[in-house]
Design a protein around this ligand. Sequence first.
Ligand code: GAL
Length: 668
Amino acid sequence: MPAAVVADLAQNPGVLYGCDYNPEQWDRATWLEDMALMREAGIGLVAINIFGWSSINPAPGVWNFDDLDAMMDLLHENGIRVNLGTGTASPPPWLSTAYPEMLPMVEDGTRRYPGGRQAFCPSSPIYRAHAAAVVEAVAERYGSHPALALWHVSNEIGCHNALCHCDASVDAFRTWLEARYTTIDALNAAWGTSFWSQRYSAWDQILTPRAALSLRNPGQMLDFARFSSDAGLALYRAEAEIIRRHSDAPVTTNFMATAHIRTQDYWTWAGEMDVVANDHYIDRRLPDPTGEVAFAADLTRGLAGGDPWLLMETSTSAMNWQPYNIAMAPGELVRTISTHLARGADGICFFQWRASAQGAEKYHSALLPHAGTDSALWRQSVELGGLLERLAPVTGTRVSASTALLFSWESWWALEGEGRPSEAVQYLDQVHAAHRALDAAGVTVDVVRPGSDLSGYDLVIAPALHLVRDSEADDIAAAAERGASVLITFASGTVNENDRVGLGGYPAAFRDLLGLRVEEFAPLHPDTTVRLSDGTIGSIWSERIDVVDADVLSTFVDGPAQGSAAITRRAHGAGAAWYLATTPDDASYLTLIQRLVVEAGVPQLLPDHGRLDLIRRTGQGRSILFAINHTAEDATVTAHGHDLVHQESVTGRVVVPAGGVRIIEESA
Ligand code: GAL
């Protein structure tokens, strides 16, 4: 099925506005109130039956669709379209009571019990068979219901249970490995099992990487990560296949392209979605929560292949699952939503409609808070509906970029394996630092998968791209050959797809391109920094480099790699390959990116004054400029057109107030 048009999924006239709704938690009088209030807010798409299993199938062989039938009809009567959950995200207690072997097992061999959610092993044949029966019943019953707009398979597949070590998972892992390697010798070679006497002589000796007394085999760990991602995808496929027998509506599931979940390689999932949907919540535990929103949104656009995508869940204010659940500051929600929209979202949905009065999420914010309609949060929900309606011109437009940032879940897994040079090297930190510097330089960036077509890019950045296949390295070299500027940062290109180190000096995959050999890593204690000759303050990492054929732009002045090159550049074909051997302070990273941007001729969207996040979406004969001011000071940008937020014409120097947003439909 071709990609679904996000904006068309709902009845909203503008940008899709939706939410999760859990009517199981409320009585019918409340349902009626909810319908009226949803209409008042302008909600166009409602996700229901996400956690519906124990309601529709409360006991073995017992089915009760009365409430779901009524809710489907009620939403339809109210002109609200349905994002219908298959209901399989959390199996009911009766199932795991009857079949305790379906419960997930963590790496120390202990089971996890029901009482929360997702208490199942993804590879459990028992879970899969029962889930299939639920999907069959739901898809058959509602597959052509007039309210149905979208299928929502399960929920955040693998959020809690991605890594299961039970016997069913072990069996499935062995099957997966046999399909990958065919022979046990090939597996032994790939995993390097000559090390520590780990050689296998039969498939049934292989386990998932259960807790061991010492460091575990990295090849086994990496394949287990791949297998676990595939096991989640298999759940999606199984449900989608059933749905498609009963329904023509588009099918998707909600991704978690976010900072704290790394268990799904969504590059391998994305192509199977009729529309790419992501869940994203501001993570206050990060040093730069706002920057992470921007990165995740760019990543989601990458997963969608540049097509408009759907923000399936976000919060109106505080979450309840972080240590300190900070309420949104005034204006923060509009800035956050605008960040997603600027980077390609055509729909914004919230978890959830009405704040739960009971249950583990009762302190999570919602569109309709516990305080009721006489509250700033509710008024914000209504205003948001008005804003999203005014943003209709945004829908269907696209973001274009001439800079690519390579992102890889496999590199994330491999880089953060056990027994590595430094735990301070965190993949996402390195990716975020590069993205932040690009953002500060006013550069719009596409986040792309290694191995994807780089021909449209003038600047290519590979931050900590640790695991690289030969063909992927060739693609990057070819981009430089053709004229692009390429920046590769430390820890990149170190291992191949089997987590095997390329010999002869790091980074084997890029040694020739960069014209250097890293002879030895010299990581830094997290409390220390090093100085570079160009004034950069480096942290986390340094290394001892033998420069073969490159210009040295900066050297380590002190620290364990004192005297070694730290930043290099080598002309390659019509372009150039740059190397960065430390994590620079933000200001120096920006300076470096500025040089690359100028060399590569990459366009920059910069304010006249102050710091602004500026992004342009174009297409359908329209051009929309997003100006998002995350700072406490007014900023200005030159623009001509109509500001859709404030509903006013703007021309010339336009003030974007402190903490404010302007979304300007530009005149031709
Ligand atoms: C998501 C989940 C929702 C809800 C939300 C709370 O992970 O899909 O069901 O739990 O988080 O932030």
